[in-house]
Design a protein. Structure first.
Lengths: 333, 462
C-alpha cells in the first residue's frame, strides 16, 4: 500500500473536515452581532455552536499534527515560511476561542461588547489567513533546493493566495448564515436568511472565479471533478437560499466550502508546496514524507480512531439537533 | 540575542504558560467526575451543586488550555523547522495519535457534558464526564511519550539524515516515559486537589455552605495526602532513571562538579552556579543524594566535569554543561513546594480525622494561599527537565542550536514573543479574575433533578 498517498488523502480530508465543521463556527462568530440585535439574541446565536465548536477545532489540531507526522518536510517548510501569517492565525484563534467561552460570564454591556468585537474579528481573520496560506501552497512561494523558504512577508501575499483567502472567508460567513437559519428560531432565522441572500451570489461568483483561476495554474484544460463539485455547491447554495430550503442550502454551502479546500489539495498532488523559484525544488509527497513504518503505524491508529471520532461527533450533532429558541437563553447566566 | 535564544525563550514562555492550565484541567476533570459520580449514586442535591460549581471552574480553565495548546503544536514547525524535519518521523506519530485518540475525545465529550444536563440520560451523562477525564489523561500520555523521546531516544534508527521510527512499541515502553508520565499525572492530581482544597477552605472560612464545602475539602485531602507522597516517590524514582540516561541533568541539578561517593544532598547553598565550583554549602544531608540518585546508600554520582569530559570525547569539543544555577534551584523549587504541600495535606488529614476541619481557621487560611504552590512546583519541574537537557534538543542526537528554523529572522521571533506575551498576559489576568470570581460565588441552588427531555431549554453558558 502507498502509505504516503493514504496520508496525503487523510491530510486533505482533515483540512476539508475542519472547514466544513469549523467553517460555520467562524461564520456564526462573524455574524452574531449582525443577526442578533439584543444581547439575548447574540447569546442565542453563539449558543448554537456552544456544544460543537471545541470538537470542531480539533480537526485543525489533528490536521497540523498529521502533517508533522506524515510529511515533516512539508510541515517544517510551510510553518516556518508562513511564520508572520501563522502568528496572526494563532492570535485570532486564541482570541475567538476565549471570546466564545468568556463572553457570557459577566453581565455588563462593556464586557459583552468587547468580547463580541474580538469574536467577530477573530472569526473573520482565521479563515481568511488560513485560506491565504493554503492558496499559497498551490500558487508557489520562494523555496530553495534545501526545501527552505527564502522569501519574506510580501512573498506570502500572493494575489492568488489573497483571492483564496477572501473566497474561503466569504464561504465561511455564508456557511454560518445557512447554519443559523437552520439551527435557530426567529427572529435570528429570518435575519440569517437575509444575510444568506446577500452572501450567496457573491460566494458563487467568487467560487467560479476560483475554479477558473485554479484551473489556469494547472496543466490540463479539463477542470478537476472536485473543482466542479465546489462550483456546483456554490451555485446550488445561491439557488437553494432563494428557495429557502434551509437544510439543503446548508448542505450546499458545506459542499462549496469543503470542495474548495479539497480542490486545492487535489490540484496540488503529487506536490504539496510549490516552489516559485524552480519547479525542481517543489515539495512533493515523496520528498517530504515519513518512512513507510511510521506511516503504517499511524495508518493503523487512524483506521481505528477516525471512524470512532466520526461516530461520536455525529452523535453529538444528533443530540443537539433541536432548533434553539429565545427561551433557551432565557434568564442569563 | 540569536534566533536560537529567542526561540528558546518563546518556547519556554508559551510552554510554562500552557502548563499552568493543563494540570488543573487533568486534576479537576477527575475530581469533578468523582463528584458527579457521587451525585449519580446518592442523588444527593449537595453533590449536584458541587459538581456544577467545580465544573464551571473546570470549563473556564479548559478554554485557555485549549487555545494555548494550538500554539504549542504550531511552533515546532514555526520556530524549530530543522528539528521538525529531523524528528518528525518519530516525534510526530505520538502527536498525531494524541489528536485522533485523545483530544477529539476530550473536546467532543466536554461539549456533551456541559450541555448534556437534562438532555442525556443520567447514566450516559455520567459517562461523558469520565470520557472528558479519560481524554485529558490519554492526551498527556502521548505528549509525554513524545517528550520522553527527546530525553532518551529509543525505537529509532538514523537514516536519510533524520531519525526514523523503527518500533512504536519501544517509544511507548521508554522507561523515562513510564516514570515521567506517572509523575505528571500525580502532579496534576495534586494540582487539581489543591485548587479544590483552596476554594473549599475559602468558603469554610466564611461559613458559606460549610457542610458541602466540607465534603470537597475532605475529597481533596483524600487525594492530596497519598497524591503528594506518591508524586515525590515517583519523582525520586524518575531521578534514578534519569541519572542513568542523562547524568548531566542530575549532576547539574545538584551543582555537583566533582564525582562523589557517597554523596550528600545540598539543601541550601550560596554559589555553585555556572563556573563556580566551590559553593558555600550551608546545609547538607549525608548520603541523601546517593540514595535519591541511585537508590543505594553509598552510590556514586558522576560530577559535571567528568560527564562533560566524557561527552567531549564522545560528541566532539563543546561545553555540555547546562545552566547550573537554574538547574539547582528548579530542583529545589519543585521538591520544597511539594514537601510543603505534603505537610499541609498531612495537617489537613489530621484535622479531618479529628473532625475539626470545618472550624480550623489557621489551616483554612493557609490552604487558600497554598493554591499558588502547585504552580511553582510544576513550573520548576519542567524547568528542571528541559533546562537539564541542554545543549541538546534531542539527547545525544541533535543540539538545540541545530534545530531552529533556517528561514527565521530575529525580528519575526521578537514580534511573536511580544504578541503572545501580551495576549497571554491579558488572558491570564482575565482568566484568573474569572476563576476567582466564580470560585468565590456561593453554590448555585439545588435545581430540580433534570429528567431527560428533548424540549427542555438548553442550559446556556453563553
Amino acid at each position: 500500500m502507498d502509505f504516503a498517498l493514504v496520508w496525503f488523502t487523510l491530510v486533505t480530508l482533515l483540512w476539508t473536515g475542519f472547514f466544513v465543521l469549523e467553517g460555520f463556527d467562524f461564520g456564526v462568530g462573524m455574524l452574531h452581532g449582525l443577526v442578533g440585535r439584543t444581547d439575548t439574541e447574540r447569546r442565542l446565536a453563539v449558543s448554537s455552536i456552544g456544544p460543537l465548536w471545541d470538537g470542531n477545532e480539533v480537526w485543525l489540531v489533528v490536521a497540523g499534527a498529521s502533517m508533522f507526522a506524515a510529511f515533516p518536510g512539508w510541515y517544517a517548510t510551510m510553518f516556518s515560511g508562513f511564520y508572520p501569517a501563522l502568528i496572526l492565525v494563532l492570535a485570532a484563534l486564541i482570541v475567538r476561542g476565549v471570546a466564545v467561552e468568556y463572553r457570557g460570564h459577566r453581565d455588563t454591556p462593556r464586557w459583552r461588547r468587547n468580547w463580541s468585537i474580538l469574536l467577530t474579528a477573530g472569526s473573520l481573520l482565521a479563515p481568511l489567513l488560513i485560506g491565504v496560506a493554503l492558496g499559497d501552497l498551490l500558487h508557489g512561494v520562494p523555496i530553495d533546493s534545501n526545501q527552505e523558504f527564502t522569501g519574506g512577508f510580501v512573498d506570502i501575499l500572493t494575489p492568488y493566495g489573497l483571492y483564496v483567502g477572501v473566497t474561503v472567508a466569504v464561504l465561511a460567513a455564508l456557511h454560518g448564515s445557512t447554519f443559523l437559519a437552520l439551527k435557530v428560531a426567529d427572529p435570528i432565522r429570518g435575519r440569517a436568511h437575509a444575510v444568506s441572500l446577500v452572501l450567496a451570489p457573491i460566494a458563487a461568483a467568487l467560487v467560479v472565479g476560483f475554479v477558473v483561476w485554479t484551473q489556469s495554474l494547472a496543466s490540463g484544460w479539463v477542470p478537476g471533478v472536485v473543482l466542479i463539485l465546489a462550483a456546483v455547491g456554490a451555485i446550488a447554495a445561491a439557488v437553494l437560499v432563494q428557495m429557502r430550503r434551509e437544510a439543503w442550502a446548508f448542505t450546499a454551502t458545506a459542499v462549496a466550502l469543503g470542495g474548495t479546500i479539497a480542490a486545492l489539495f487535489v490540484q496540488l498532488y503529487p506536490r504539496v508546496m510549490v516552489s516559485s523559484t524552480n519547479s525542481a525544488f517543489d515539495l512533493t509527497v515523496q520528498n517530504t514524507s515519513s518512512s513507510p513504518y511510521a506511516l503504517k503505524v499511524m495508518t493503523i491508529a487512524a483506521a481505528v480512531f477516525l471512524p470512532l471520532v466520526l461516530l461520536y461527533q455525529g452523535w453529538t450533532y444528533y443530540v443537539f439537533r433541536r432548533r434553539l429558541t429565545l427561551a433557551d437563553v432565557g434568564e442569563g447566566l | 540575542m540569536s534566533t536560537v535564544d529567542l526561540s528558546r525563550f518563546q518556547f519556554a514562555m508559551t510552554s510554562i504558560y500552557h502548563f499552568l492550565f493543563v494540570p488543573v484541567t487533568i486534576g479537576l476533570a477527575v475530581l469533578t467526575a468523582v463528584l458527579h459520580t457521587a451525585w449519580y449514586r446518592s442523588r444527593d442535591d449537595g453533590y449536584l451543586r458541587l459538581t456544577r460549581f467545580f465544573g464551571t471552574l473546570l470549563i473556564i480553565n479548559i478554554a485557555v488550555g485549549v487555545v494555548t495548546g494550538l500554539v504549542q503544536e504550531f511552533q515546532f514547525g514555526m520556530n524549530w523547522a530543522d528539528y521538525s524535519r529531523f524528528v518528525g518521523d518519530v516525534f510526530g506519530a505520538p502527536l498525531a495519535i494524541e489528536g485522533l485518540a485523545a483530544f477529539f475525545l476530550e473536546s467532543t465529550f466536554l461539549g456533551l457534558w456541559v450541555f448534556g444536563w437534562g438532555r442525556l440520560s443520567p447514566r450516559l451523562h455520567l459517562v461523558t464526564v469520565w470520557l472528558v477525564a479519560l481524554g485529558a489523561l490519554l492526551s498527556a500520555a502521548f505528549i509525554m511519550a513524545a517528550n520522553s523521546w527527546m530525553q532518551h531516544p529509543v525505537g529509532y534508527q538514523l537514516a536519510n539524515g533524520r531519525a526514523e521510527l523503527t518500533s512504536f512499541w519501544a517509544v511507548l515502553r521508554n522507561p523515562v516515559f513510564l516514570w515521567a508520565y506517572t509523575h505528571v499525572v500525580l502532579a496534576s492530581l495534586v494540582t487539581g486537589a489543591t485548587v479544590m482544597l483552596a476554594v473549599s477552605a475559602w468558603h469554610l472560612l466564611r461559613r458559606s455552605d460549610a457542610d458541602l464545602f466540607g465534603r470537597t475539602a475532605k475529597l481533596s485531602l483524600t487525594v492530596l495526602v497519598p497524591g503528594a507522597l506518591l508524586a515525590m516517590f515517583v519523582g525520586s524514582e524518575l531521578g534514578v532513571v534519569v541519572t542513568k540516561y542523562q547524568p548531566m541533568k542530575i549532576a547539574a541539578s545538584e551543582a555537583q562538579w566533582q564525582t562523589c561517593q557517597p554523596c550528600s544532598f545540598s539543601l541550601f547553598q550560596i554559589g555553585g552556579g555556572n563556573r563556580d565550583e566551590t559553593p558555600t554549602k550551608v546545609i547538607q544531608i549525608p548520603h541523601l543524594l546517593s540514595l535519591l540518585a541511585t537508590n543505594s546508600w553509598n552510590g556514586q554520582v558522576q560530577g559535571l566535569n567528568e560527564v562533560n569530559a566524557q561527552y567531549q570525547q564522545q560528541y566532539g569539543p563543546n561545553d555540555y554543561v547546562p545552566n547550573v544555577f537554574v538547574q539547582y534551584w528548579s530542583m529545589r523549587g519543585m521538591a520544597y513546594t511539594a514537601g510543603l504541600l505534603f505537610l499541609l495535606a498531612l495537617w489537613g488529614g489530621w484535622l479531618l480525622r479529628r473532625k475539626r476541619i470545618l472550624d480550623a481557621r489557621w489551616f483554612n487560611r493557609l490552604a487558600v494561599w497554598a493554591v499558588l504552590l502547585p504552580f511553582v512546583m510544576n513550573t520548576a519541574g519542567w524547568m528542571l527537565t528541559e533546562n537539564g537537557r541542554q545543549p541538546w534538543i534531542v539527547q545525544g542526537l541533535m543540539r538545540t542550536s541545530d534545530g531552529v528554523s533556517g528561514s527565521l529572522g530575529t525580528a519575526a521571533v521578537v514580534t511573536s514573543i511580544v504578541t503572545f506575551g501580551l495576549l497571554y498576559l491579558i488572558l491570564g489576568v482575565v482568566g484568573w479574575a474569572l476563576m476567582v470570581r466564580y470560585a468565590r460565588r456561593p453554590l448555585g441552588p439545588a435545581e430540580p433533578t433534570p429528567e431527560p427531555d428533548e424540549r427542555r431549554p438548553q442550559v446556556a453558558t453563553y
